[in-house]
Design a protein around this ligand. Structure first.
Ligand code: SAH
Ligand code: SF4
Length: 400
């Protein structure tokens, strides 16, 4: 057993166990892997391929390695979807590429814009499965967050979450994850990708849509590496936040390999209640989850861990809960996002009163932690946190 100096006294972490657990999670996730990237007419989608994979494709058709850089620029910096618009590539090669490849986008099966300008996309993928993506513009400045889905449905069944009432259909592939962001940018015409500190309308990514991103780690990681690549979309890792319900063994990997900002759905300060609300807590209880947060690579005052806390009336919103929360996160670089519960058809829960939320927020704030109350956005189109759901159907034997 290895004792972590940053863990609270008394907690030890058996890293070999974590490693085995991580392998198990990755192997299980692969069973829900998406179909391949080939279209019905046999062409392959270049979106979502890593640079190495692109290099293999170019070599296979006898093209030089420098083509990778060119294609990357056109696909991810310029945002073109038509080889004929790649002006630095001669016509014969444009045609050769178009015969073999496509630059794909998920099909926007439905686009709804809320009265508060939040826009929800229902994206349909090549096998007919669907997932939702939400763009939440900042109300005061020209910037905004794109909330991306990582799975169709979710294996976890958190009691307060609409997605959780839908079983997991499958993981989304890297092209489908990157594609959500690219298609959302198409919708606002935000191409070419703004460079450096140039303001962006679609300025941050939050992996907070449908699904548990750490149960689809391989595809999420591949997609985020593409999004962060400086010669393309070039979004800084500081502008990407991954939200997890607490898949402890995958948290270290996410921090060390991707360096994304971490948000953790805490929602309860006692194991008996958290077991009820988030059944995954029975596997990774609060003490283990918080120990993983304490050792999260790169966490600092400049990069605080966000604890999400959904405010459920009479369930987790007392003053005692707030005080216990403060005790649990003591000494951690953290902030607490209070999310007023967003109702959905058939839910048993209700949103805490404004008074209860303010009281809770004040206790956390007085203890030195920022505790903003998240303003519900896009509720009229069921686009707010926890309201996403599609009528996905299980189609693959492996997903049974
Ligand atoms: N699966 C990941 C990310 C998606 S959910 C996770 O659970 O963290 C994004 C956030 O919305 C999570 O904090 C989730 O707990 C919260 N949420 C789910 N249902 C909600 C609801 N009905 N109202 C408010 N927040 C909700
Ligand atoms: Fe899945 Fe997150 Fe919803 Fe829980 S809250 S069911 S982990 S999407």
């Amino acid at each position: 057993m290895i004792s972590h100096s940053s863990s609270p006294p008394g907690t030890t972490v058996d890293l070999s166990l974590t490693e085995a657990e991580r392998d198990k999670i990755l192997a299980h996730a692969a069973k829900f892997d998406p179909p391949g990237v080939t279209t019905a007419d046999g062409r392959r989608d270049l979106v979502g391929m890593s640079r190495e994979e692109l290099a293999v494709e170019m070599a296979a058709i006898g093209e030089a390695p420098f083509r990778v850089k060119q294609l990357w620029h056109w696909i991810y910096h310029q945002g073109v979807i038509d080889f004929a618009r790649m002006s630095t590539i001669a016509r014969p090669l444009q045609e050769k590429l178009a015969e073999r490849f496509i630059i794909g986008r998920p099909e926007a099966a439905r686009v709804q814009t809320s009265e508060d300008a939040t826009r929800k996309f229902l994206f349909r993928f090549r096998d007919g499965q669907e997932a939702e993506t939400v763009y939440i513009p900042d109300l005061d400045e020209d910037r905004g967050a794109v909330c991306i889905s990582s799975q169709v449905g979710c294996t976890l069944s958190c009691r307060f979450c609409h997605t959780g009432t839908q079983t997991l259909v499958r993981n989304l592939a890297a092209p489908e994850i990157v594609g959500q962001f690219m298609a959302a940018r198409d919708s606002y015409g935000e191409w070419p990708s703004p460079k450096g500190e140039t303001p962006r309308l679609l300025s941050t990514i939050v992996l907070m849509g449908m699904g548990e991103p750490l149960y689809n780690y391989a595809n999420v990681a591949k997609a985020m590496k593409i999004v962060m690549d400086n010669e393309g979309i070039g979004l800084s890792r500081r502008r990407i936040t991954l939200s997890t319900s607490g898949v402890v063994p995958m948290m270290d990997r996410c921090g060390s390999e991707l360096g994304l900002c971490l948000a953790v759905s805490l929602h309860a300060v006692r194991d008996d209640l958290r077991d009820e609300l988030i059944p995954l807590n029975r596997k990774y209880p609060i003490a283990e989850l918080l120990a993983a947060c304490r050792r999260y690579p790169g966490a600092s005052n400049a990069r605080r861990i966000t604890f999400e806390y959904v405010m459920l009336k009479g369930v987790n919103d007392s003053e005692a809960d707030a005080r216990e929360l403060v005790r649990l996160i003591a000494g951690m670089p953290a902030k607490v996002n209070l999310i007023p519960f967003n109702p959905w058809p058939g839910t048993k829960f209700a949103r805490s009163s404004r008074l209860a939320i303010d009281r809770f927020s004040r206790i956390v704030n007085d203890a030195g932690y920022a505790s903003p109350v998240r303003r519900p956005r896009g509720q009229d189109i069921l686009a707010a946190c926890g309201q996403l759901r599609t009528d996905g159907m299980r189609t693959r034997a492996g997903a049974a």
